[in-house]
Design a protein around this ligand. Structure first.
Ligand code: ME8
Length: 674
């Protein structure tokens, strides 16, 4: 059986967050599961770099769109590396190989008679890169992003989507491979079916209002609609139109022994389950086997999204707890297919119960006791009929079935149950009492063998989800093996080497002190939400009224001009190194209402500044903006984050809300302000 697994290709208008990480980890976990079974699995991910969304960011920043893409694409690539994501390919839609394939796709759509030109106008959501019929808007806003759409009017090339209504409905009825529903979970299949059954309109597949895209063959002035461009990546990465289509032949399905599975969030299911198969039908190409869609990670009851600005980035959690802890949490916490809320609290609870206690403690206890009893070695007697063996066999079967049914959280649950059974077994057998009463007997060997062998099987089951931890557990058990080298035979009882050296080591997952994690360090106390002035990292400039305030209405305190006594000399003023800086990334600091963590560029230099402006600005509004900063300020820690500099903002009269000082966007970053 060969398999081809894909993630969506992510937009490069911002850095990745937990939502993108989740889809990629799900795909990685499934890939690793099937590779462990000895199957030939190809795994593709990449970045979606054309379209209005990216063009807008570039315009705002005053740079070329490719500069935005070049800046963000590596952050995805690097994050996947950090998380040991085992992708075979990473496609950027700005690569020549992709352009060639898209051109070939359009040639095929044209040859089928499915393209024509017509005038068109409607509501366009740039966040979705899609037109919305008025009836689908919620209070005049995009149902996914909650932002007002733009009215767009242009002449476009259209794709005859309406022609494919019946064939699509048939696809949903029968599946692309008999017995496998085209969309998973099936509730989502019903949503797609009703959407198509309600009637399909032809789809505009070119844009003239933007320039950032692949030129539409035969239509000068038009670029290819970003979704036709993006969806085709699944085939261009295999070499469609390149002259060497050997990978297309190997992985794109033409029989029962191939599976092509697209993993997506529910937000983009329609593009994958309606437009994509229709394009393929028109192009005379085979269809994927299945589109698997998962739910949203929510933060504060809303979808985590760049446009909303409520994202959780993985960096801080990974720094504190490691890659495997986050991999484990994301896969375990979300019931696959449904929405889930992300919170640091839930992360810490699960970390302590599943990893520090369930896995880490059980492992160090079992290894320590065996090493003590058998002079630093694994037992030399095995046992093939006991409750741990039965628990391991049950766990392997449950884990296997869960992965095959795409219920990844249940696969994690199977590991958890096995670890619980091993822990319970050790507690019930009390080997520490036995060794005292009877010395080192064959029975003692068998008890320790069962515990360690159970842990070996658990480590193999953990491998697709948390490969680093799995390899580490195997090494500590005296049965070293890289997670990627584990095969089906390793799942069978009895693989633990007898009399092999054991290497007790520091705790694998040290217990997390949740109180300490959430406590604000003492130097941060002056900047808590309650403290005034709110946040020292923003230099709030008092606003001075242009006209003297009328006597009857005295100017509010923050608007007062500086008193004589507070005046400074020009030399004093020049002590502050004021510079123009460009904000290149911004995210709200978790657990803080006001703090915004920003990455700013001052000339060639990049640094982090934390400022109390999150009540007035979202991350999205800040990125690309130029501001004035005090560049020579001593660093200060705010909520555990080192801030290097201050952003200048006016403090508005009455509310005290910050309002950033505006800088003409043409002023280069790094320019001195005096
Ligand atoms: O849509 N919860 O890219 P994108 C769970 N370029 N998953 C989430 C999520 C959340 N809160 N937020 C994002 C695009 N995701 C197009 C795709 S494919 C040919 C083109 C994940 O950067 C989820 O997989 O907006 C979602 O479908 C995807 O990121 C959207 O990523």
């Amino acid at each position: 059986m060969s398999r081809y697994y894909t993630t969506p290709i992510y937009y490069v208008n911002d850095r990745p967050h937990i939502g993108h990480l989740y889809t990629t980890l799900v795909t990685d976990t499934l890939t690793r599961f099937h590779r462990l079974q000895g199957e030939d699995v190809r795994f593709l991910t990449g970045t979606d770099e054309h379209g209005q969304k990216i063009e807008k960011v570039a315009k705002k920043e005053g740079v070329a769109p490719i500069a935005v893409a070049d800046r963000h694409a590596p952050t995805f690539r690097d994050l996947w590396k950090r998380f040991s994501v085992a992708n075979d390919d990473f496609l950027r839609t700005t690569e020549p190989r992709h352009r060639v394939g898209v051109t070939e796709m359009i040639r095929r759509l044209g040859a089928a008679g499915d393209l024509y030109v017509a005038g068109h106008e409607g509501w366009y959501c740039v966040g979705c890169e899609a037109f919305y019929p008025e009836k689908d808007l919620e209070d005049g806003r995009c149902p996914t992003h909650g932002t007002p759409p733009e009215w767009q009017k242009e002449e476009n090339v259209f794709f005859r989507l309406s022609r494919y209504q019946d064939r699509l409905l048939e696809l949903y009825e029968r599946g692309s491979v008999p017995g496998i529903p085209f969309v998973f979970p099936e509730t989502r299949l019903n949503e797609v079916r009703s959407f198509v059954a309600a009637g399909l309109k032809d789809l505009s597949v070119s844009r003239t209002a933007i320039e950032w895209g692949i030129p539409f063959p035969g239509h000068p002035g038009h670029v290819v609609y970003v979704w036709l461009d993006a969806l085709t990546n699944y085939l261009t990465a295999l070499g469609l139109g390149s002259g060497d289509e050997s990978l297309v032949a190997r992985y794109w399905p033409a029989g029962d022994d191939r599976r092509v599975v697209h993993l997506v969030g529910k937000d983009i299911l329609r593009f994958h389950a309606v437009y994509w198969p229709a394009f393929l039908m028109s192009a005379g190409l085979p269809l994927p086997t299945q589109v698997v869609s998962h739910g949203f990670w929510l933060k504060d009851a809303r979808k985590m999204s760049k446009s909303v600005g409520n994202v959780v980035r993985p960096d801080a959690l990974v720094d504190a707890f490691g890659v495997d802890a986050l991999r484990w949490h994301l896969i375990s916490e979300m019931s696959f297919g449904q929405d889930a809320s992300f919170s640091d609290e839930a992360f810490l609870v699960r970390y302590n119960s599943d990893l520090a206690n369930g896995l880490g403690n059980t492992l160090s206890r079992a290894v320590r006791m065996a090493a003590d009893a058998f002079s630093g070695k694994t037992p030399s007697e095995r046992c093939d009929d006991n409750e741990v063996k039965r628990a391991a066999e049950t766990a392997v079967a449950a884990w296997d079935a869960a992965f095959r049914a795409c219920r990844l959280h249940e696969a994690a649950e199977a590991v958890r149950v096995l670890l619980g059974a091993i822990d319970g077994y050790i507690t019930a057998k009390e080997p520490w009492k036995k060794v005292k009463a009877e010395g080192v007997t064959p029975a003692l060997h068998r008890i320790h063998h069962n515990a360690l062998e159970g842990l070996r099987v658990a480590a193999c089951l953990l491998a697709p989800i948390a490969p680093g931890a799995a390899s580490e557990v195997l090494a500590r058990l005296g049965a070293p093996k890289a997670a990627e080298a584990i095969g089906p035979s390793d799942l069978a009882w009895g693989g633990l080497p007898l009399g092999a050296p054991l290497a007790p080591a520091a705790p694998l997952f040290p217990r997390a002190d949740a109180k300490a994690y959430f406590a604000e360090p003492s130097e941060e106390k002056p900047v808590t939400e309650e403290t005034k002035p709110a946040v020292p990292a923003v230099a709030t400039v008092p606003t001075v009224p242009a006209e003297p305030a009328p006597a009857a209405a005295p100017a509010p305190a923050p608007a007062a001009a500086p008193a004589e006594a507070a005046r400074i000399t020009v030399d004093d003023f020049f002590k502050a190194d004021l510079r123009v800086a460009e904000i290149v990334a911004a995210e709200k600091v978790e657990k803080s209402k006001k703090l915004m963590k920003m990455k700013v560029r001052i000339g060639e230099e990049e640094r982090t500044i934390v400022a109390g402006i999150a009540t007035a600005y979202t991350g999205e509004q800040l990125v690309g903006r130029k501001v004035v900063v005090v560049a020579n300020l001593l660093p200060a820690k705010l909520m555990g984050i080192e801030s290097n500099g201050m952003v200048l903002a006016a403090s508005l009269p009455g509310t005290g809300e910050p309002s950033l000082l505006a800088v003409d966007p043409s002023v280069p970053s790094g320019t001195k302000v005096k």
